[in-house]
Design a protein around this ligand. Structure first.
Ligand code: 5AD
Ligand code: SF4
Length: 450
């Protein structure tokens, strides 16, 4: 939908902007692209601590708490502005809340002048201009692929960079809003991705994380017109001698192809880390979630992945308290966690999302039960994360240096297994150094520079 609503008082065209991204890594990527777009349009990023003329809230709709945050943020921006010179910044709401609740935001929050969905943000500059001239603007169309072609080319980047290769989801897990807010699965063309990766590397990126809601469903045609999957794309990117590391996230178990599994044993630059959400360990619950895999098929898949890359670090997502989940069914999740031994994982209490099938299912689980289950699950996941880190002590590995630490001469970076590593010595940002892992904590590891 695209609309122009109620006329408001014109304001001077904004000169400075701030983009605040919430939620997943794709939102971080989108936020960077919006900032590039506004900069190409002549606006400047507001300096730290300064008020911006335009604030873009790049929102997340995945769970209820994330959504509530948008309204409290809008309230705070308006209140802060009132306390100073009275000139409120122009507020634009982008991201998945904009997509799902655009009309409601426009009705509830008069301070918001622009609402733009995740597939239309290439139109942000013209919408901002329109809003400044006094007309609020909404754009929540979902034209596949138009956005990327309309964005300016990437310029500078950090040692690690995100690259969106795939967007949207056709899986329709019954709890999830993503298929509604991000739309159907689309893969960006191979050539565009190779080009964007080159620009990122030229700007200083040494590690690229390929992003997609179902990143391993990516398909395309390589330069010879051959159909390739994500493994083919990774292979092409790995040819760039200045790119050291490739990662990808998030994957669906059903899209782990033989080729991609094999790639973990074959492409040296493909890091030994895989985020492969399972959500629950009980087959009745998995079916009610419409996950289309079982606990056992997931375990068998992990066996094959581990056969290809024995040291792979596994990560996952979990939901506790899905409607109807019994104590015994929840115990199956704990059993699966014990069997896998995750290196890290994310776990959440089920949160009903408007418009999803699970929201209207029966037997919603009381908050106190969800709290208790989440505590037990997180205790098990924390234990396994600590065990994984402890087991890495004594290993020697490369660390990609990302930034300075708090202590004098201290540097921070990541191990191949995505652990945060800190060490003291001579290094520079963007360099790869050899480190012996000497002491493990729950969230980071101390290294000794070799
Ligand atoms: N309630 C709780 N967690 C959810 N997730 C997605 N939708 C919901 C929901 N309605 C979690 C899943 C997903 C991760 C990104 O967020 O675990 O993998
Ligand atoms: Fe949501 Fe399921 Fe798609 Fe993941 S696979 S984005 S959980 S619908």
């Amino acid at each position: 939908m695209s609309s122009v609503s109620a006329t408001t008082v014109p304001v001077p065209a904004p000169k400075t902007f701030r983009v605040k991204s919430f939620g997943c890594q794709m939102n971080v990527y989108d936020g960077e692209r919006m900032a590039e777009l506004l900069a190409a349009d002549g606006m400047a990023p507001a300096a730290d601590g300064d008020d911006a003329d335009l604030v873009v809230l790049n929102t997340c709709h995945i769970r209820e708490k994330a959504t509530e945050k948008v309204y409290s943020d809008i309230g705070r921006i308006v209140k802060d502005a009132k306390r100073e010179d009275g000139a409120a910044p122009l507020i634009a709401v982008a991201g998945c809340v904009a997509q799902a609740e655009g009309d409601e935001i426009m009705a509830r929050a008069p301070a918001v002048k622009v609402v733009v969905g995740p597939q239309s943000y290439h139109r942000l500059p013209e919408m901002v201009a329109q809003a400044a001239s006094g007309q609020r603007a909404t754009e929540t169309d979902m034209p596949a692929e138009a956005k990327f072609a309309a964005l300016p080319k990437r310029r500078k980047s950090a040692p690690t960079a995100f690259l969106t290769v795939q967007e949207g989801c056709d899986k329709f897990c019954t709890y999830c809003v993503v298929p509604y807010t991000r739309g159907a699965e689309i893969s960006r063309p191979f050539a565009d991705l190779v080009e964007e990766a080159k620009l990122l590397v030229a700007g200083g990126a040494r590690e690229i994380t390929l992003l997609g809601q179902n990143v391993n469903a990516w398909t395309g045609e390589d330069e010879k017109g051959r159909k390739v999957g994500l493994d083919g794309l990774a292979r092409a990117l790995a040819d760039d001698p200045d790119l050291q590391r490739i990662r990808y996230t998030t994957s669906h178990p059903n899209d782990m192809t033989d080729g991609l599994i094999a790639a973990h044993g074959e492409i040296e630059k493909l890091m030994p880390f895989l985020h492969l959400p399972v959500q629950a360990g009980n087959d009745r619950v998995l079916k009610a979630m419409n996950r289309s895999h079982t606990a056992e098929s997931y375990m068998r898949l992990l066996e094959r992945i581990r056969a290809a890359r024995p040291d792979i670090a596994l990560s996952g997502d979990f939901i506790v308290g899905f409607p109807g989940e019994t104590d015994a069914e929840f115990e199956d999740t704990l059993r699966l966690v014990d069997a896998v031994g995750y290196a890290q994982a994310f776990s959440f209490k089920y949160s009903p999302r408007p418009g999803t099938p699970a929201a209207t299912m029966e037997d919603h689980i009381p908050a106190s039960v969800m709290d208790e289950r989440l505590q037990r699950l997180q205790a098990a996941l924390n234990r396994d994360q600590m065990a994984f880190n402890a087991a890495s002590v004594g290993r020697t590995c490369e660390v990609l240096v990302e930034r300075r630490g708090k202590l004098d001469g201290q540097w921070l970076g990541k191990s191949p297994w995505l652990q945060s590593v800190h060490f003291i010595g001579e290094a520079e940002i963007g360099s790869m150094v050899r480190v012996e892992l000497v002491e493990a904590g729950p969230n980071s590891i101390a290294g000794r520079l070799l």
